[in-house]
Design a protein around this ligand. Structure first.
Ligand code: ADP
Ligand code: MG
Length: 704
């Protein structure tokens, strides 16, 4: 027999074929079980009453308690409405009905205490409620278990067809009464596990999340359901990690040899920061362990990740292996190539560059030199994971600033290892993500954080200015240039194909050329449509100080390093997301001078855009910015977690449920350390559900 919760939704009383279609289309509800997982997004506490004199205009549903002063009918025919004046001693609101007047009117009695529930709206300075719920205090008090009323998410389309929160509540009532006490909701853990983790039964959790007995039970119900959701994600990631570690041997880099030592004593022009040293130690530990390393290094822009990458690669070379560094764009790959070649000049290593624009003839030679082992370090773009690129003995791959580096790419890289060995993997990102999200997205990787900037950097000053103060900004730019500084002006380019954006860029360029005339000033321009040699040429001129202002789109976003550039002006800053603004800002503040980031916007800003600007002005801390970003956009939209279709989380919210996540992760770690293969009898339920989950859910958590 089919499990009860798999019954199609149209077989539930109150759901016909029409509604079934709507539920499916609007909420992905196909079966009973899906409905059960359509969770309330908030609860209205029916024991709390608002006072009329404290109602404000943007209130959602509220509850009032008071008496009816008068009832009257206004207008006639189709325009007729029923209006009751309702007072709670602090003020008066009008209750209004357009429909069902003949049912409502006889029930409106003066002198009786009523409870009214609805959404107030402001009409000519007075508040009213259209079609409120109304019942006598006496009848409300007779009901049990209604103190916390769930509010369900709905859509405009569904509401138009009368599937609003109340209708969903009624369907839920029908379903839950059939589920209660019938054993349809399977338990997922053994009893000991439940006790240890303070989990109420799964059935009790489902019943109470929809019909909370009281707020205490609701809390436990929410904890249980969120725990389940987060626990199985963690269990799966940790299990994957365990399997990978046991399956693949990684090369052992036991030696700290000539290259590392000489680099340290002869080439390194500065002292490493404490954080860099710590992370290098963590990497060295992995590389010497014999297990394959999969490590993520998070470090804010400018924290010095390149050196960490470089020293790891030298360790590979010292142990007779080749290393590869992969960057997301040609500009970056070339910059890495130049920086690294310059750093390693004295060591006489063979370092090569491979990108999409490497000429065929040159490419052939490269391929050969890689296979013969002549090349020690290969730097490039995606071009280096193509199957034709074969190494003699690849021991380490470093992936810089890649957010779209999927499982397939990773697998391709694995194939490049020598004799059964999988190359070690180091993934570097300057996009700090909140800890909770990192645990979920990168849960199968070990992580290191470079949480310290090289000394001597002055924190960037960030200002938010409106378009009207443009002349002042130009004056400021002139003053900075007079002091020998250079300036980026950035225009949003959301979509490379949008001509509108190019117009903004071109107009901006022209106005800057007018304000900063030649020959006194030299201006460069950079955009994604330019040929890569042209981009390079412009970039190089800016780096060499031949241009003072670089007008650009976001192509300068990641990793570009010009220490003398101390001002960044971001135009239409409201069109950028927080993490992108933070990335862009990281292009300045790389030298010893005070740097500035100026966010230009129009006056009309939405609440969210204002929060973004305020956050940027307030802090330089990438992790803090990431937290705000996640709060604003929800984790589903954050970098690395996009997935087509349904949201990742049905009930958890990573920006609020960090503690539950930590509990779930720890529980998963404990469980696996006690029973790595989940063979014990008491873990049979958990194993069964894990297998089911793996079948049902795409592996969204793999971005690295
Ligand atoms: P990111 O983490 O953004 O990739 P980079 O590796 O490009 O940062 O480093 C930014 C700048 O800081 C570079 O010019 C680099 O040479 C310099 N740098 C890195 N580490 C140190 C250090 N410990 N002391 C001084 N400067 C450093
Ligand atoms: Mg970098």
């Amino acid at each position: 027999m089919k499990p009860f919760l798999e019954n199609p939704i149209e077989t539930l009383a109150g759901v016909g074929p029409e509604r079934a279609k709507l539920l499916r289309a609007e909420f992905h509800i196909k079966a009973y079980g899906d409905l059960l997982q359509h969770f309330p997004f908030r609860y209205v506490d029916k024991t709390q009453f608002h006072q009329i004199n404290s109602i404000s205009s943007d209130e959602t549903d509220i509850q009032l308690r008071g008496k009816i002063n008068s009832v009257r009918l206004i207008g006639q025919g189709r325009g007729m409405r029923l209006v009751a004046e309702f007072s709670d001693g602090t003020g008066v609101v009008e209750l209004v009905w357009f429909k069902g007047i003949k049912w409502v009117q006889p029930n409106l009695k003066q002198g009786i205490d009523y409870v009214v529930f609805g959404k107030p709206s402001n009409f000519k300075g007075k508040f009213n409620m259209v079609h409120p719920e109304l019942e006598t205090v006496e009848s409300q008090q007779k009901k049990v278990g209604t103190a916390l009323q769930p509010v369900y998410p709905s859509t405009e389309k569904a509401k138009a067809k009368n599937i609003d929160t109340k209708a969903i509540g009624r369907l839920m009532n029908t379903l839950v009464s059939q589920v209660k006490g019938q054993g349809h909701i399977a338990e997922l853990y053994g009893p000991d596990f439940r006790t240890k983790n303070h989990l109420i039964s799964r059935e009790e959790a489902f019943v109470n999340v929809h019909f909370p007995k009281d707020s205490e039970t609701l809390k436990k119900a929410l904890f249980r359901l969120k725990f389940d959701e987060l626990f199985f994600i963690q269990l799966r990631l940790l299990k994957l990690k365990l399997i990978n570690q046991n399956k693949f041997r990684g090369a052992v880099f036991a030696e700290v040899g000539e290259m590392v030592n000489r680099f340290y004593s002869e080439c390194l022009p500065f002292e490493l920061t404490g954080a860099q040293k710590r992370v290098i130690r963590e990497i060295r530990h992995d590389l010497g362990s014999g297990k394959q390393m999969s490590r993520l290094v998070q470090g804010d822009v400018g924290s010095g990740k390149t050196i960490v990458a470089l020293m790891s690669m030298l360790l590979a070379v010292d142990n007779g292996y080749q290393a590869a560094l992969m960057a997301p764009t040609e500009i970056l790959a070339e910059q890495h190539f130049k920086t690294i070649s310059a750093f390693l000049k004295k060591l006489n290593l063979h370092i090569a560059l491979l990108t999409g624009s490497t000429k065929t003839a040159e490419r052939k030679i490269l391929h050969q030199q890689l296979q013969s082992g002549e090349i020690h370090i290969l730097i490039g773009t995606h071009a280096l994971i193509e199957p034709v690129v074969q190494f003699k003995r690849l021991g380490l791959v470093i992936v810089d600033e890649q957010h779209r580096f999927g499982v397939e790419q990773r697998a391709k890289l694995w194939l490049k290892g020598a004799d059964n060995e999988v190359p070690h993997m180091l993934i570097m990102t300057a996009t700090p993500i909140p800890r909770t999200l990192a645990m979920t997205v990168y849960g199968d990787l070990d992580t290191s954080v470079i949480d310290e900037l090289p000394p001597g950097r002055k924190p960037i000053k960030t200002l938010h200015r409106f378009d009207s103060s443009r002349q002042k900004i130009f004056d400021f730019m002139r003053a900075e240039i007079a002091n020998g500084r250079q300036i980026y002006t950035v225009y949003p380019l959301i979509d490379e194909s949008e001509n509108m954006d190019y117009k903004d860029l071109t107009d901006g360029y022209e106005s800057i050329v007018r304000e900063f005339p030649q020959p006194k000033y030299q201006i460069g321009v950079l955009n994604g449509k330019m040929k890569s040699q042209d981009k390079d040429y412009e970039m190089q001129r800016f780096k060499d100080g031949k241009t003072q202002i670089l007008v650009s789109t976001t192509v300068i976003e990641v990793g570009v390093d010009v220490p003398n550039a101390s001002v960044m002006v971001i135009e239409s800053a409201e069109r950028f997301g927080l993490s992108q603004l933070h990335q862009l800002r990281g292009r300045v503040g790389r030298g010893a001078e005070q740097s500035y980031c100026i966010l230009m916007t129009g006056y009309a800003l939405g609440q969210e855009a204002r929060t973004r600007m305020e956050t940027m002005v307030r802090t330089n801390d990438g992790f803090e910015i990431a937290e705000v970003d996640m709060r604003l956009r929800g984790p589903g939209d954050m970098q690395g977690t996009q997935q087509s279709g349904q949201p990742i989380f049905k009930i958890s919210n990573l920006s609020k449920d960090g503690q539950i996540l930590a509990a779930a992760r720890n529980a998963a770690i404990d469980l696996l350390s006690d029973d790595p293969k989940l063979e014990k009898r008491e873990n049979a339920l958990t194993k069964h559900y894990l297998i089911q989950e793996m079948k049902n859910r795409p592996n969204w958590a793999r971005v690295s």
